[in-house]
Design a binder for this molecule. Structure first.
Ligand code: NAD
Ligand code: TYD
Length: 335
């Protein structure tokens, strides 16, 4: 197969390219990435110069580049997005352009050449699970996004589904929970907190730390995408989540403090995020139909992630400084 991976230099995209090449070494990949602040050119240096890997620096909004690349491949695996909720609260405009119009542009090219299209989406499109309830999102949960980020992803999901229903485009969609693991930008909760502890800063806990997430190791996610691409049913959506449901941020940081030999004096409670959601995902469908299940427990995955950030300090030092500048600006706007 020849794949067009969009956003392949970001967190999940680069993990996916590594995974795909280790499982399918003879396949080819074109990585189309705009190289925003979230991308890291170091993620994929191991493939530079290989005849079956091509990197194209470009924007998914660029019709000409997208048309040319889509015409050359068998399938599109669409990761490219603005992905950080806090940034979408600061400035939603780029989220609408990249996540909605960029996806539309890719869909138009996929329609022109009738190409297989897999869209990576999020559980955040479903809104929020009530505190204290055991509910979980599944493929039939109604959409109810809370942030400009999740609203833009919801719009893109609707567009993808409409191209299947209206034009018969061979699409699949996956809605996954919060990913974590190596190569994640230090603006996100787990790498931000690990790198704070590694640099003698406190973990910033939003509100009282009661909000919960469903943590999915990025390698488990990449295996799920692979199965959907190879065996998923056209027109279908698959929800993907981790083994442990409903880990509160307080449970997460306490486990992190334990694994890193620190205590609760390393926690700082800060102002909560507006419209702060809770998520948990039921992944029975992909388990039943495609035989997928997560391999990582949260504890083994978190330990592996802590080890990776501890060993790869040069990977995150620069981007961490930029991320903390962003948070400083966001906090000054709140005051
Ligand atoms: P990321 O922010 O780490 O990477 C996004 C990548 O897309 C970057 O390399 C960036 O340069 C690229 N990009 C952004 N705008 C672009 C444009 N206009 N044209 C071309 N490239 C562009 O994001 P991630 O965490 O790897 O997320 C990947 C996908 O998975 C996103 O669609 C996101 O919505 C979805 N997702 C992420 C999570 C998570 O926990 N990280 C959870 C659920 C779904
Ligand atoms: P985040 O990694 O931003 O992912 P998302 O909002 O897309 O789920 O945040 C995960 C959770 O951690 C969320 O409940 C907000 C919280 N959080 C903190 O408590 N402190 C932080 O420094 C960050 C970045 C997030």
């Amino acid at each position: 197969m020849k794949l067009l991976v969009t956003g392949g230099s970001g967190f999940i995209g680069s993990n996916f390219i590594k995974h795909w090449f280790s499982a399918h070494p003879d396949d080819s990949i074109i990585n189309l990435d705009k190289m925003t602040y979230a991308a890291n050119p170091r993620n994929l240096t191991e493939f530079e110069g290989k005849s079956n890997y091509q990197f194209v620096k470009g924007d998914i909004l660029d019709e000409k580049i997208v048309d040319e690349l889509v015409s050359q491949v068998d399938a599109i695996v669409h990761f490219a997005a603005e992905s950080h909720v806090d940034r979408s609260i600061d400035d939603p405009s780029l989220f609408v352009r990249t996540n909605v119009l960029g996806t539309y542009n890719l869909l138009m090219a996929a329609k022109k050449y009738n190409k297989r299209f897999h869209h990576i989406s999020t559980d955040e499109v479903f809104g929020s699970i009530e505190m204290g309830s055991d509910d979980q999102f599944n493929e039939s949960t109604p959409y109810d996004p809370s942030s400009p980020y999740s609203a833009s992803k919801a719009s893109s999901d609707h567009l993808v589904r409409s191209f299947y229903k209206t034009f018969g485009l061979p699409v699949t969609i996956s809605n996954c929970s919060n990913n974590y693991g190596p190569y994640q930008h230090p603006e996100k909760m787990i790498p931000r907190s690990i790198t704070n502890l590694l640099t003698d800063q406190k973990i910033k806990v939003y509100g009282q730390g009661l909000n919960f997430r469903d943590w999915l190791h990025v390698e488990d996610h990449c295996r799920a995408i692979e199965l959907i691409l190879l065996n998923g049913k056209i027109g279908q959506t698959y929800c993907i989540g981790g083994l442990k449901k409903g880990t509160s941020n307080m449970e997460l940081v306490k486990l992190m403090l334990k694994l890193m030999g620190k205590d609760e004096s390393c926690l700082e409670y800060v102002a909560d995020r507006p419209a702060h959601d809770n998520y948990a995902v039921n992944w029975d469908k992909i388990n039943r139909e495609l035989g997928w299940e997560p391999k990582y427990t949260f504890e083994t995955g978190l330990q592996q992630t802590i080890d990776w950030y501890t060993t790869n300090t040069s990977w995150w030092q620069e981007t961490k400084a930029e991320a903390e500048e962003f948070y400083k600006k966001l906090n000054s706007l709140k005051k």
